[in-house]
Write a protein that binds this ligand. Sequence first.
Ligand SMILES: Cc1cc2nc3c(=O)[nH]c(=O)nc-3n(C[C@H](O)[C@H](O)[C@H](O)COP(=O)(O)OP(=O)(O)OC[C@H]3O[C@@H](n4cnc5c(N)ncnc54)[C@H](O)[C@@H]3O)c2cc1C
Length: 345
Amino acid sequence: MTGDVAVGVSGDGSGPIIVVGAGLAGLVAAGALVAAGTDVVVVDEGAEPGGRLATRRIGPATLDAGAQFFTVRSARFAAMVDGWRAGGIPVREWAHGFLRGGHVGDGPAAARPGTDGHARHAVDAGMSAIARRLASDLPRGARRPGTRVHAITPSGDGWRVEVEPGRPLDAAAVVCTPPVPRSLALLAAVAQRVPPAVRQLRYEPCIALLAALDAPPAVPAPGGVQFTRGPVSWLADNAAKGVSATPAVTVHASGGWSADHAADGDEEVVDGLLDLVRPWLGAARPVAASLERWRHSRPLESYPERAVRVPGVPPLVLAGDAFGGAKVEGAALSGLAAADVLLGT
Ligand SMILES: Cc1cc2nc3c(=O)[nH]c(=O)nc-3n(C[C@H](O)[C@H](O)[C@H](O)COP(=O)(O)OP(=O)(O)OC[C@H]3O[C@@H](n4cnc5c(N)ncnc54)[C@H](O)[C@@H]3O)c2cc1C
């Protein structure tokens, strides 16, 4: 669905701030800019907000497909999460660490508790509930879901943002939050202005298997396993986690396995991953399965600053989880930093 948004078309640096990406970084940036009285439009190719905060349904089952949980390590993020809770987002502690397995094929008997005392948070309705709530807090007309950006070029003192579907949008400033390789493709006209260390940032792929089961799996409490080597890096029981009303597992293939199988067909990948996790399913059988292929699941390196103002061009800030710290917390703090840069605070 694409909403109608009034956007200046003068090319003179007037118009709203356009935030590319309604993932966590983009939504947090947009919220902070709106709170400061700025006119903002958030453009995302997805029909739903969230990006890698992604929750999927398979029949009655609910499964987190991207981020599985988050930790809170800074006071600034702790205050933000308190605000989420106060605003009705059902964030709660899931565990203080997960089982640690070596190779997935070793099965539950070989896994050891990995508790380290640090709280891992989950969201009752699934992680995408955070994004849905932040998006719904934006003013009416400030969101353009289902709208793909395909080029961002300087135009006078501002920017021209080419979108599909729709007419080009003019912006006084742009906050660009997709994974860096995707942002650079959009910014091809000015990519040479982007600091070389940003241009070199790389990401790991991840193929996620989402499987609804006919019975609970054999994943011991608390319902999450981190594997240190081999083809699978993570396995979660979404019912034990409190997200799904019916048995359902999320399986994350490792970066290496995901890269090796990127060109394989869905059926082959589903069967391959189900075979690998068989020791963890017990008597449960899959009743339906789907895949999520994350080309840029997590940055392999991090740029030291939380947001980068690209020099020598109209106001342009790069943000997202590759800046200043990875994961959910890193993305949220990067969004705040992007707003700070534009507001001069
Ligand atoms: C498999 C997986 C497991 C993870 N597990 C965890 C975990 O357990 N804990 C944790 O803390 N973190 C985890 N993460 C990382 C976490 O999800 C991310 O760090 C965070 O969600 C990134 O947010 P972001 O806003 O920076 O980027 P994104 O969420 O990627 O947002 C970017 C947005 O830009 C949009 N976009 C891209 N290109 C365009 C375009 N051309 N036009 C319009 N829109 C565009 C996308 O649709 C997307 O919505 C995981 C990620 C994955 C994929």
